[in-house]
Ligand binder design. Structure first.
Ligand SMILES: [Zn+2]
Length: 80
């Protein structure tokens, strides 16, 4: 699994076992949250807001291709 940010996402090369890359329709970003951040969210009034990281995973084989903690991407994919 590679780490990407908003600048390297477009050019990052990562393939799962099926041969799909980050931009394939079978690979989608998933927001990941840690439960301990719940009170943090309440405190800041952004409960249910920003996830901790985004993980791109293939829906066919389940393999995780990339992850990111870039705030720009966290906001972009927080609802997907
Ligand atoms: Zn796959």
């Amino acid at each position: 699994m590679i780490s990407v940010d908003s600048h390297t996402l477009e050019t990052a090369h990562a393939q799962c076992s099926c041969g799909y890359d980050l931009h394939s329709v079978w690979v989608s970003p998933h927001p990941k949250r840690k439960r301990r951040k719940f009170w943090y969210g309440v405190f800041w009034g952004v409960s249910g807001g920003r996830p901790d990281r985004i993980v791109w995973a293939c829906r066919l084989c389940g393999e995780q291709l990339a992850e990111s903690t870039d705030p720009t991407l966290l906001i972009r994919y927080r609802h997907e």
